[in-house]
Design a protein around this ligand. Structure first.
Ligand code: UT7
Length: 316
């Protein structure tokens, strides 16, 4: 397959580090130096589905195909206002598509998981011509806004790609290592007269140091893996587009690979961590900013709760 269009959408509200200083025991200096984040866009009066639909429409417009040409929609999402139906079903109706849809929760690595499923669809179903992948996330609704160790990290947003037939995806590697305690959020379901067990409910719980270490080691393993599978070297790669979780994680991976910073574009300063939307948003910025040339070798790499990780080597 190949990417034939990209799109993204952000909420209107900008929340700067200085705005957080007003109600949290934090500082612009701490947040910038420890994470690289200066501001984030937060959902206020929008719905996540509005962002998802806008990102999808922009990706379709960029691809030149119409919603009626889509054969499948995958939406990568962790939480939204609907438990059911799937967000992809809502997107389908609002963009005017008629194809089957599914949601996927691969946490922050959801974009890479979606690409792998899309690639399998293209290989196994010969009548499939176009697939839309939309990553739409509102992690700011998962965190406790009095917990400075988590709430400063996240932003909301949506990124989308339209995929067509081609031979541009050279290799993908996915891994999952069951590890709930490092990063999780539990919610209570509706009560029934028969429930006797203890149930928990609460905001996102994160062991930052654990996630940092897992992120670096797993991303390096996945990146080296897709590069080897694609029969190229790390120096041949033109752009490394990594999950935008912390600039220090990105820098540590870059230094281990001994590459220059120009090869590691980032936008975490503006948006914070938008979960699985972070890579397609960055990809859209690079595409619309004419930073990608035909044939450029791109490595995508992400990690998230699960612990899920994945990387992909593609040629633009
Ligand atoms: O998509 C996956 C999501 N998660 C991640 O990718 C998270 C990965 N981990 C990280 O990015 C980093 O571990 C954090 C940014 C979460 C934390 O950075 P750190 O350099 O590991 O800081 P720390 O947890 O070691 O905390 C250092 C100090 C602590 O104070 P004491 O104990 O030294 O007095 C924290 O209480 O910084 C304090 N602290 C803060 N101070 C000001 C924690 N959060 C803040 C804050 N403002 N927002």
């Amino acid at each position: 397959m190949r990417i034939i269009g990209t799109g993204s959408a952000h909420p209107a509200l900008t929340v700067t580090n200085q705005m957080l200083e007003k109600f949290l025991d934090t500082s612009d200096d701490w947040i910038r130096t420890r994470t690289g984040i200066s501001q984030r866009q937060l959902i206020s009066d929008e719905k996540l589905e509005d962002l998802a639909v806008n990102a999808a429409k922009r990706a379709l417009e960029n691809s030149g195909i119409s919603a009626g040409d889509l054969d499948f929609i995958i939406c990568s999402n962790v939480v939204n206002e609907y438990i059911t139906p799937a967000l992809s079903c809502i997107i389908q109706g609002r963009i005017g598509a008629t194809c089957p849809c599914i949601d996927l929760n691969g946490a922050c690595a959801g974009f890479i998981y979606s690409l792998d499923i899309a690639e399998s669809y293209f290989s196994s179903k010969k009548d499939i011509k176009h697939i839309l992948v939309v990553c739409a996330e509102e992690p700011t609704r998962m965190v406790d806004w009095s917990d400075r160790s988590t709430c400063v990290l996240f932003g909301d947003g949506a990124g989308a790609v339209v995929l067509g037939r081609g031979d541009n995806v050279k290799s993908i590697r996915l891994t999952t290592t069951s590890k709930q305690e490092s990063l999780y959020q539990q919610r209570k379901l509706e009560h029934t007269p028969f429930i006797t067990k203890e149930e928990a409910d609460g905001p996102l719980v994160m062991k930052g140091h654990d996630v940092f270490k897992l992120a670096v080691s797993s991303s390096l393993r996945d990146i080296e893996g897709v590069i080897a599978d694609g029969n190229i070297t790390k120096h041949d790669v033109d752009h490394y587009l990594l999950h935008q979780a912390n600039i220090r994680i990105i820098d540590t991976i870059r230094e281990s690979l001994d590459q220059c910073s120009e090869k590691f574009p980032n936008n975490i300063e503006k948006y914070g961590n938008t979960s699985s939307a972070s890579i397609p948003i960055l990809l859209d910025e690079m595409n619309k900013g004419s930073k990608l040339k035909k044939g450029d070798k791109i490595v995508l790499s992400a990690f998230g709760a699960g612990f899920t990780t994945g990387a992909c080597l593609l040629y633009w």
